[in-house]
Design a protein around this ligand. Sequence first.
Ligand SMILES: *Cc1c(COP(=O)(O)O)cnc(C)c1O
Length: 424
Amino acid sequence: MTDAYQALTASLASADPEIERMIEAEGRRESEKIRLIASENYVSEAVMQATGSILTNKYSEGYARKRYYEGQQVIDEVEETAIARAKELFGVEHANVQPYSGSPANLAVYLAFLKPGDTVMGMELPMGGHLTHGSKVSATGKWFNPVHYGVRRDTGRIDLDEVAEIARKERPKLIICGGTAIPRTVDFEGFAKIAAEVDALLMADIAHIAGLVAGGAHPSPVGHAPVITTTTHKTLRGPRGAMIMTDADHAKAIDKAVFPGLQGGPHNHTTAAIAVALREAAHESFKTYAQQIVKNSQALAAALADRGYDLVSGGSDNHLNLVDLTPKDIGGKPAAKALDKAGIELNFNTVPFDTRKPFDPSGLRIGTAAVTTRGMTEGDMELIAGWMDRAISAAKADKESEYEVIAGEIREFCKSYPIPGWHA
Ligand SMILES: *Cc1c(COP(=O)(O)O)cnc(C)c1O
């Protein structure tokens, strides 16, 4: 048991053994399974310690040097440090580190630049967009007028000619690029040209790929999208939170939209942990991590393709693969449930032009950030593809007993890849 783990849990264990038991169980689960959920990761012990610090005690509505409560001598420094590091790492003119998470960050952009009923264009949810990109069930779809683009049926990729055509016809005020299930590079420059032509504001939502952008493994939207939103907890490997980065022209409107427009006091413990994560991301080793994520994603794609799996768009440029299970004759949901029992955690997902229902779609979404953080490399992806194939075959053959056999092999395998913040 590491000192860090003991420090984090000693008081909890005596004060609330019930919750401590659950955290212990989750730690074991995260350590014994292969986690392939594309939006998840393992943060460092340093990030965890900042998240669990006394900074949670402080109220600090407003921004550094302009607060509504006293006692901000340290908090101002924390927030300014996080902002300075975000600006330096991503090369942006302005950063707001207060959004509680990715969804409120995106809503702040709507609040800053749109009026209710304005037209906004984003990628359609079942094509790989996010709820906050104008989905009908989201506030962004209820309060604004969403129009959508998708991917081409034949290539599985965004067709910028089609995006331009929709933009010319619909004249959106805001165009959003980025998404949750895009296995390919986002062409920020191409989107910027379209936005300029129709006089729309371009927002890049890099929630999934922020760590790749920071590590140089995906092109940066800076210089193309004047407004960039991101979560901090996906490939960027920070605490659960978000940032909005802008050029100087859009800075003031964003700050006003986040506070007082949408939120009250910022989560200072999270801000500190974001600062820690940004420092880690500026380190040389983070470049290696970002590149290894992509190598692993491509190795996993190749290993799955070898076993007859159909990858949307034919593969991956980033951390993510989308598998269309249609040729394997099994739904995404039963496959995901079987894999979970076999020690491999991922999520079922719609594929473009899915013929099945969203609650049991045809696809699986697979990400390699978390396994890369643990130190797994290309050879391990071959093993993972093998286990996945065995579990899916077992599901098709109703051979439930096979799951525990696979899960046991994976438990053994995972012992070589300890996770931060949890004892072995
Ligand atoms: C995850 C994600 C979000 C939302 O983040 P939450 O922190 O879950 O609210 C927004 N946009 C994209 C593209 C995402 O992937």
